[in-house]
Design a protein around this ligand. Structure first.
Ligand SMILES: *Cc1c(COP(=O)(O)O)cnc(C)c1O
Length: 422
């Protein structure tokens, strides 16, 4: 696709976009009576219009049936997690039995580490990206301590080379190989929250396994953003949240993936709850935990109906649009944003893009590293109806989300940057 050069061209690109109508399925915050330019879908996705009726439906179901709501209706609460499994599995390229929606992300990360971080005096290290999202850093650190090891020696962080902003796959693979003898777990993000780098998860999983370690991914910024093939890539586990690109509302539920190779291994240690127990016997209230096969066997509690209902309304949109079509548009829209930003800077050197310039190595996010003029630019954009986000010390992150952002949004953002006096 030829990237547009004018407002008219941007509007034509929207007309030609087969996904353009999905924009009408979302509620946009307002600024001076019109839609904000919303570029924060990597932080909190917009509300799908289908969420409110889905929530009301469950409230009505509760009002009408009380406890019997667990068994009645098209989507009885008793089995509610099942109504999400297939769509969630499609999103990440997994088999349905490999996926379950439950809890929240960091909780699931800990649950997965209980099963897949089993350090021994000889094999205790975790490899992760330097500057990972803080919750991941704290989870790793506390897990290491919980097992009686020292985070200083047990956690190996991979940082960009001096003068570079992102990681080279060759460096990641080389460090995994170098640490092979003592490595227990490779735990990587899918897309880095700060730089927007999309890691080569297939190669990382293969290298981790060659080293004799387990491999897990935190897909908070990857789920709903980039197509994945978790089953084929062979990761042991993965977790993600649903309130960023998956638009399921603040604090929305998390997804968890456990590879099929672990599905029928009741010996795998885990922290158990009644909802992970064999569902045919769950209400016999007997002693002796017998896990359900697959990811469902890691469930602790009965379904969180309201947050699951919002999640379902959002997953339905992903099923209608399809991840491949979303990726196709995402590549165009992100390339367009990159071009618009470079043009709008006009040689002022207001910022430097730290997101990989290779479209295959990023999702729909561009991170701009600014200098002291950055805050002025960010505030100017905010005053003019742009919702973007600022990450300390000086990065502006912009996410052109293919499900609801338009080429015109991107064009108008560029116009604002040109008009900023900083
Ligand atoms: C957003 C995000 C989280 C947030 O975790 P919650 O448990 O949902 O609060 C954790 N890790 C990463 C990588 C994230 O991007």
């Amino acid at each position: 696709m030829q990237l547009p050069n004018t407002l008219e061209g941007a509007r034509q690109a929207d007309q030609a976009d087969p996904l353009h109508h999905f924009r009408n399925q979302f509620l946009f915050p307002q600024h001076n009576g019109s839609d904000c330019l919303y570029f924060c879908g990597n932080s909190l996705g917009l509300q799908p219009k289908g969420v409110r009726p889905a929530l009301l439906h469950e409230l009505d179901h509760w009002a009408e049936h009380g406890v019997e709501g667990h068994f009645r209706g098209e989507m009885p609460w008793m089995h509610y997690h099942r109504f999400l499994t297939e769509a969630a599995a499609r999103l990440v390229g997994a088999l349905p039995e490999e996926v379950v929606v439950m809890n929240t992300l960091t909780v699931n990360l800990h649950l997965m580490m209980v099963s897949f971080y089993r350090p021994t005096p000889g094999r205790y290290k975790i490899i992760m990206e330097a500057g990972a999202f803080p919750s991941d850093q704290y989870a790793m650190e506390s897990q290491v301590r919980w097992h009686g090891f020292d985070p200083e020696t047990a956690i190996v962080e991979i940082a960009p080379r001096p003068g570079e902003d992102t990681l080279r796959t060759e460096d990641i693979l080389q460090i995994i190989e170098k640490e092979a003898d003592t490595l227990a777990l490779v735990m990587f993000g899918g897309v880095n929250y700060y730089t927007g780098q999309f890691y080569d998860l297939e190669k990382i999983a293969a290298a981790g396994h060659r080293a004799g370690a387990f491999v897990g991914f935190d897909l908070a910024h990857a789920a709903g953003n980039v197509p994945m093939q978790l089953h084929d890539w062979g990761a042991d586990f993965a977790v993600w949240c649903s309130y960023k690109y998956l638009n399921s509302g603040p604090g929305g539920p998390s997804g968890a993936f456990v590879h099929q190779r672990h599905a029928h291994n009741p010996q795998l240690p885990r922290f158990a709850g009644w909802w992970g127990h064999d569902e045919n016997e769950r209400f016999q209230m007997k002693k002796g935990f017998k896990p359900m096969p697959g990811a469902a066997g890691w469930q602790l509690s009965n379904a969180q109906i309201f947050s699951f209902a919002a999640h379902k309304a959002s997953l339905d949109l992903f099923d209608q649009a399809g991840m491949q079509a979303l990726r196709t548009k995402s590549l165009q829209l992100t390339a367009f944003l990159e071009k618009v930003l470079m043009d709008a800077d006009g040689g002022r050197n207001l910022f430097r893009i730290i997101t990989p310039r290779d479209p295959e190595a990023r999702g729909c996010q561009i991170s701009m590293l600014t200098d002291d003029r950055g805050k002025v630019l960010f505030e100017y954009l905010s005053e003019n109806g742009v919702l973007a986000d600022w990450r300390e010390p000086n990065v502006i992150r912009l996410a052109p989300v293919p499900l609801y952002n338009s080429f015109e949004d991107v064009w108008r953002l560029g116009t604002l940057i040109v008009s900023c006096e900083s």
